[in-house]
Design a protein around this ligand. Structure first.
Ligand code: ASP
Ligand code: MG
Length: 412
């Protein structure tokens, strides 16, 4: 069997769904697990619904909600489906003011994937394909770390294998990426952009022959085509190269995706959904590495936090463990660390968790910070490449080794 994953951009409208059908048909009679994200920018829109509801702005929440539903209804109609007959969308916003923000978030935001998969499954069925819709909140078991739920692999693998190996299971299964559920039946989410991770887990549980991520780019490129005009395709990578790229901030695959695949030596393809016969990029154990073109990776929305000793009794090792304890407790994602005799700087994603972490750090250190920063990582750099990358930019910090340069730069 194979796993195909379709991201939001690939199914943003009726044409996207028809294109998905075309790609699925190219796979012939083979068993297929189709993992789908929410359509287009639905997840962002649902996040706004949560924000409005939590702020008591019910009218705004409702109008945003109606927009989302209308948009899905329009796509259904364009695909020849009858809303209310073929598919019943969730009527009301599942919000409970007595629950914590993050728990409400998961109940609401998970609906994007529920809607997209319902539409796609019913559409494929009506086109004559053998299809079954899977409700991942009942199948992918997680804990209740809302918005970043941890998957219980043992339970999930057993349930999912049993479902897959059932006699007379339809040839194609359509399942939600990004979402799972707790033992007591609550929906959870696995972290933004988590659908790739779901696809990798399903590939692992079902011993897939391969996993393919269908994207709006030709494959893995050496730079973001929206930023760099001259990009090249990297046709073959090793797992370790892909992990490094994604941790440096390459948006192409979710960082957690590689491990479940590497564990079972399952190749991962990244292919353009607009040109399904193209080779794209292949990530595998026998991939070619290291990558032989310079690779530019931007990690945006960074904040550089600098801790300075409050007294002369500064011991680097002790401070480091204190700092990392705080960082971990506050769920910060570190992208770079630099230390000197009396300071330690960490560059982290500027998430909603940062302010509380800074307060905690202030109890032990003199803390200063700079935000509106990006981290540019250049792998396979040369002095000339580095010079031209630095030109015209305000560099807050730089770290270079022989082959890799990392620049913390002010956003322009
Ligand atoms: N729909 C979710 C998001 O936009 C998950 C995903 O696309 O992978 O974050
Ligand atoms: Mg998405």
């Amino acid at each position: 069997m194979k796993v195909y994953k379709f991201g939001g951009a690939s199914v943003k409208d009726a044409d996207g769904v028809r294109n998905l059908e075309r790609i699925v048909r190219l796979n012939g009679d083979n068993d297929l697990m189709v993992v789908v994200s929410a359509m287009g920018k639905t997840t962002n829109a649902l996040e706004r619904v949560v924000e409005f509801m939590s702020a008591g702005k019910e009218e705004q929440a409702l109008s945003q909600w109606v927009d989302i539903v209308d948009c899905h209804v329009a796509i259904m109609k364009e695909l020849g489906l009858q809303p209310g007959v073929d598919i019943r969308l969730q009527g009301e916003i599942p919000f409970d003011p007595t629950l914590p923000y993050d728990e409400n978030y998961d109940q609401i935001v998970s609906l994007g994937e529920i809607m997209s998969t319902q539409i796609i499954a019913v559409y494929l069925l009506k086109q004559g394909l053998s299809v079954e819709w899977w409700n991942m909140p009942k199948l992918l078991r997680t804990d209740d770390t809302w918005r970043e739920a941890k998957v219980d692999n043992e339970t999930s693998a057993a349930t999912i294998r049993a479902g897959w190996e059932r006699p007379n299971r339809p040839q194609i299964v359509v399942a939600q990426g990004f979402i799972g559920g707790t033992a007591d039946g609550k929906r959870t989410t696995l972290g933004r952009e988590g659908s790739d991770y779901t696809a990798a887990l399903l590939g692992n549980y079902l011993d897939a022959e391969s996993v393919t991520i269908w994207k709006d780019v030709p494959g893995i490129l050496n730079a973001d085509p929206r930023i760099e005009p001259n990009t090249v395709l990297i046709p073959s990578l090793r797992y370790q190269d892909a992990v490094e790229l994604s941790y440096s901030g390459a948006q192409i695959i979710h960082p957690k995706t590689i491990r479940p695949l590497e564990n079972k030596q399952i190749p991962l393809y990244v292919k353009p959904f607009g040109e399904p016969q193209a080779a794209g990029s292949k990530i595998a154990a026998d991939g070619i590495g290291p990558i032989d073109v310079p690779v530019y990776i931007w990690r945006k929305n960074q904040i550089l936090i600098t801790m300075r000793a409050k007294d002369f009794a500064f011991v680097l090792e002790e401070s480091l463990s204190e700092i990392f304890d705080i960082i971990q407790r506050h769920r910060l994602k570190v992208s770079l660390i630099q230390s000197s005799a009396v300071t330690i700087s960490v560059c982290v994603d500027n998430t909603r968790f940062v302010p509380a972490a800074i307060e905690a750090l202030k109890e032990h250190f003199n803390v200063s910070y700079n935000d509106h920063l990006s981290l540019l990582t250049i792998r396979g750099t040369t002095p000339q490449i580095l010079d031209s990358a630095k030109a015209g930019r305000t560099i807050m910090l730089s770290q270079t080794t022989r082959r890799t340069a990392r620049l913390v730069v002010k956003e322009q």
